[in-house]
Design a protein. Structure first.
Lengths: 118, 112
């Protein structure tokens, strides 16, 4: 059974750095073709793809946010970490991590709401 | 980036009636391997998105057969043969062919 769960601060101040952790079970990032991605959703708005990492450490980023994002993995801990710098109120959103295999996001975490406010 | 455009954005449906959502991509989603990387997701109120259809027309595990996906190239359709109350939520199409992966604006289905 594949599960993912996001964790991190619920409130950050403008200009601060956000660190989110996705802890997963039921699969290994070492498996060929498997990846973990991050997607966010501002309140009442659509989904926005952020970043993705494969077990071979291949990383992909949204071009519009690339300068602010870093994605890493700890295979031994079954975790993927997303770091976003210089947070702004427009970054207020629910952040999801998701399992990707066969070119599809087939399992999603419950999401974590991050509010950016002073 | 590949732009995904859905219509309609709002879809009120009477239970038992069919429903259809259109999704168009700004570029073909056909890969050289012959597969088309277009997925459909449903986000029920207060929940995470859940996969309904992958590769354009394949139902995900556990998805009722009243849901079907079709289309090719740049034009895709999600159909619900008979809408049930549990189908309410926002439906998204997503292209997984190129980075960045991109989603449509979402179509909100509610019950009349």
């Amino acid at each position: 059974q594949i599960t993912l769960k996001e964790s991190g601060p619920s409130l950050v101040k403008p200009t601060q750095t956000l660190t989110l952790t996705c802890t997963f079970s039921g699969f290994s990032l070492s498996t060929s073709g498997v990846a973990v991605g991050w997607i966010r959703q501002p309140p009442g708005k659509a989904l926005e793809w952020l970043a993705l990492i494969y077990g071979n450490d291949d990383k992909r980023y949204s071009p519009s946010l690339k300068s602010r994002l870093t994605i890493t993995k700890d295979t031994s801990k079954n975790q993927v970490v997303l770091i976003m710098t210089n947070m702004d109120p427009v970054d207020t959103a629910t952040y999801y991590c998701a399992h990707r295999r066969d070119w599809t996001y087939d399992y999603w975490g419950q999401g974590t709401l991050v509010t950016v406010s002073s | 980036d590949i732009v995904m455009t859905q219509s309609p954005l709002s879809l009120p449906v009477t239970p038992g009636e069919p429903a259809s959502i259109s999704c168009r991509s700004s570029q073909s989603l056909l890969h050289s391997n012959g597969y088309t990387y277009l997925d459909w997701y449903l986000q029920k109120p207060g929940q995470s998105p859940q996969l309904l259809i992958y590769w354009g027309s394949n139902r995900a595990s556990g998805v009722p057969d009243r849901f079907s996906g079709s289309g090719s190239g740049t034009d895709f359709t999600l159909k619900i043969s008979r809408v049930e109350a549990e189908d309410v939520g926002v439906y998204y199409c997503m292209q997984g062919l190129q980075y960045p992966h991109t989603f449509g604006q979402g179509t909100r289905l509610d019950i009349k």
